[in-house]
Write a protein that binds this ligand. Structure first.
Ligand code: 3PG
Length: 212
């Protein structure tokens, strides 16, 4: 399996996934892989999340299966035990970061201010989630951060979609973006997995056009 950061460099899009039914886990992951995105952030917002993480990680060992919306040390532990290969949190939680670091897996805490960036940097973290990106300053904030935190990269998430993806990815300190637009709740509920593949292909196309 490629290292998390290398995987993001290759495919700079992290689908933020909310699964109401564990039965949708494999079809959703398959649809994303089919569209060229073997990276999943399954959010711990539903009862199905932990078993979904376990199933996806087992079925697609070459993919990057992570847990998102991890809000406590306990949730981090549960996600890691279930098979999560990386942890994402919307904000800063020292317990979440410690638990992931003790397990030796990547952790991407959410930040929105310079103080939070510095707290994360003190813990050795150099890839941080900017959340909620479009509300806390978006591209202008990322540019301001790049002037002072030259060695730190960001994963803007929150309000990112196919329309602004290229703009975000063009910012040099953006390693990847995250977002729920690839797996809309109604599309998952109706089992329109082809639509997820279509959205993934579109995102990959926009991402590679930006790089050229
Ligand atoms: C997250 O958990 O990162 C956010 O819910 C994603 O935000 P979005 O729904 O605006 O993409």
């Amino acid at each position: 399996m490629p290292r998390f950061e290398d995987a993001l460099k290759a495919v700079p899009v992290i689908p933020v996934i909310v699964l109401q039914r564990a039965a949708d886990a494999i079809p959703v992951a398959e649809a994303l892989i089919e569209g060229g995105i073997p990276i999943f952030e399954v959010t711990l917002r539903t009862d199905a999340a932990l078993s979904a993480i376990g199933e996806i990680a087992k079925r697609f060992p070459e993919a990057q299966t992570g847990a998102g919306t991890v809000l406590s040390r306990n949730q981090a532990r549960q996600a890691i035990d279930a098979g999560a290969q990386y942890i994402v949190s919307p904000g800063w939680d020292g317990g979440v970061v410690k638990t992931a670091q003790a397990a030796g897996i990547p952790v991407v805490p959410g930040v929105a201010t310079p103080s939070e960036v510095q707290r994360a940097r003190r813990r050795g973290l150099r890839v941080l989630k900017l959340f909620p990106a479009d509300i806390v300053g978006g591209i202008a904030l990322l540019k301001a951060f790049s002037a002072v935190y030259a060695d730190t990269s960001f994963v803007p998430t929150g309000g990112v979609n196919a329309k602004n993806l290229a703009e975000y990815l063009a910012v040099p300190n953006v390693v990847a973006v995250g977002g729920s637009w690839l797996t809309p709740a109604s599309v998952v509920a109706e089992g329109k997995f082809d639509e997820i593949t279509r959205l993934a292909i579109e995102a990959r196309r926009i991402a590679s056009a930006g790089v050229c």
